[in-house]
Design a protein around this ligand. Sequence first.
Ligand code: NAD
Length: 478
Amino acid sequence: MSTTAAPAGEKMLSFHENVMLAVEKAGALTDLPKGLLDQIKISNVVVKVNFPVKTSRGYEVISGWRVQHSHHKLPAKGGIRYSILADQEEVEALAALMTFKCAIVDVPFGGAKGAIKIDRRNYTEEELERITRRYSAELIKRNCIGPALDVPAPDYGTGAKEMAWIADTYAAFHPKDIDALGCVTGKPVTQGGIRGRVEATGRGIVYGLTEACRNANDMARLGLPPGLAGKTAVVQGFGNVGFHTAKFLAEAGTRVIAVAEWNGAVINASGLDILALDEHRKATGSILNFPGARTIPNGADAMELDCDILVPAALENQITSLNAPRIKARIIAEGANGPTTMEAEEILLAKGSIIIPDVFLNAGGVTVSYFEWLKNLSHVRFGRMDRRFEQKAYERMLTAIESSTGKRFADSERNLITHGADEIDLVNSGLEDTMISAYQQIREVMARDPRIKDLRTAAFVSSIQKVATSYLELGVFP
Ligand code: NAD
């Protein structure tokens, strides 16, 4: 998806150009040599595949890509998107974002991304399986997938089912690879996946937002009280990222007043019941006409509603110079990759809004994918060895306290305290810690350099420096 509509006479930058502009803006604030910055910007490997697939309409040629943006650390890591709008430029932009995202959250991977140019609604499940398995075989032939090389994951238009097909295809070609399950993440839990991966991106977004909204001074500058409770939010896109973000925001006490989809939006100023909206979508095939909410035909209009937090969680280039002047939200929380153009960002920053950038905020997905990969390589579920041991140690401690005080803990209190951490507890704890530490690192970069005024530039400065250090330590740039 190269360009979007632009005002007459003005060329709107493509998604890839916007990402490169952000890298250049941040790179200019580092003292890295040009050659090193050039290497950090460019895609290391770009593979395009075209293959035939038999569908109910006859044979069709399907196109796909896999881009490994950076090999400064291996494996390379990044999702696979099924979208009719996909093109090479888009995949390169997404792969580049993965490099910086992994660096920001200290996940030791290079960046990658893949796409298949299809509208999945036009295919049966059987056809989608055939397409996914054939695409996987094309990646295997080119050494573009493997637990040590390149590890895909879900993205727009894909989920656990596609990842299971990819893992199965890879294992069939590599029967002696004991780590074969680590060739892809986001798998179903029964197929080597990890608990908490499905909701990880949305959960990470809400951990990140919680940390950003905790600072009373920052919030006062926006004219808002600290904390998520009581704030209002609009979410664009009700897929994996949008649904889970809306759900966790509602759990944190934020009123989600509108959800927008490609075919319209639903609005309720008192707050939407997110779980009921999901049920309505499952039952009717659409979020529209949700009982108790007002339906509007143009989803994009909902982004301009008066609210505290706007979460674009659909696709890139959704907030442009065209609609940015009308956006009222003080906090733009980028759930999608590349939802805000650089021009729109300038407009929003000039209005005093803050933008919590994609490269940080939606990194929960890759963080938990990293945990899944570690689980696959270690061949053991997190918590399996120590959960019961922990529980018994806490029980002994409580019993000792009870006998020395002569008081008994209530059963519910005892269960809460003695509960040993299982996989989901450890995953969520690791995710929360990652999001908080990464946010604090970004803020420290801002605090150190008064030239850096926004979170995106700080996030890119921090990650460019980390990637550069890797290259220098590898001796590539002596
Ligand atoms: P998804 O396919 O699960 O959901 C996307 C949703 O957006 C769908 O419901 C779709 O109908 C809707 N949509 C499409 N066009 C729209 C429009 N113009 N207006 C409103 N809604 C629209 O995809 P996802 O996994 O939730 O990914 C969404 C974004 O988040 C993408 O930019 C993706 O790269 C990014 N992301 C995803 C993950 C992940 O773990 N899945 C991780 C990081 C970033």
